[in-house]
Design a protein around this ligand. Sequence first.
Ligand code: G4P
Length: 287
Amino acid sequence: MSIQWFPGHMNAARKEAAKTMEVIDVIVEVLDARIPDASVNPLIEELRLVRQRPCLKVLNKADLADPAVTQAWLNLYNRQPDVSAVALSCSQAGDAAKIPQLCQALAPHRNSSVKPLRMLIMGIPNVGKSTLMNRLLNRRIARVGDEPAVTKVQQRHKLNDHMAITDSPGLLWGTIKDPNVGLLLATVNAVGHKVVDDETVAEFLAAILLARYPARLTARYGFAVEGLTSSDVLDAIAKKRGCLLTRSGGGLDRDKAARILLLDYRNGTLGRTSLETPEPSPDEPPQ
Ligand code: G4P
């Protein structure tokens, strides 16, 4: 399965982002802390390397991710040249305020009204760019929504007389060739609903939860997970929650069970879970 998803405005956004990158100093790349690698947009990386711009990687929604795994990602990114990384929850007041200082450290020469620090917020849809922007500006200028691709027009704002920030529309690459990446993005709701069906995504999520956080399933839904496959998990949720089809002789409504699991995951009811862990670096002792 490869996910094809490139709404028209995203093409225009790519061109605009390339142009904007010529006149900015630091890129603020917003990632989803639960899937930091899958939520990297290779186009952003390509554009920034061409223009040789430093990057602050913001692992947002850290309140939903496993703290130990998030720390491992921060360690990895903070070792990369011209990159610094921070874990935040933009939905919590105060967290976003750390960003201007961290960006300033990446471009210390830009710190006056003559040479203001120019930051560009980028990231795939639904990672929290609008929320971050609203926090930084302390007002509601960017529309926030849980549907991907809500922000559509690039906007530039003055933070103070020596700092400005521009946000850009959610930018996804045209075809996501790696099915695993596509499913990770769908799990956190970064690709539109119509692209992948809920049952496929929920089974993918159930497999990760069975492997890494099985006790969370038992605690939430009240069934034992020993011997269950990811497909069995949907049946077990359907049984526990009484999800039955009205037609087809009253069989299990797996689609409804899938939506229950995805909603519980996305809003944090299943606890803080990371779906990706970084490869251990060769110079790090095994854990
Ligand atoms: P985008 O511009 O990158 O597309 O993302 P946006 O800010 O619209 O945020 C998408 C959803 O993610 C919003 O949820 C927002 O509140 C939520 N969000 C942003 N940052 C965080 C965070 O640090 N932690 C958590 N848990 N959620 C975050 P929503 O339900 O659609 O909107 P709302 O009802 O919360 O306003």
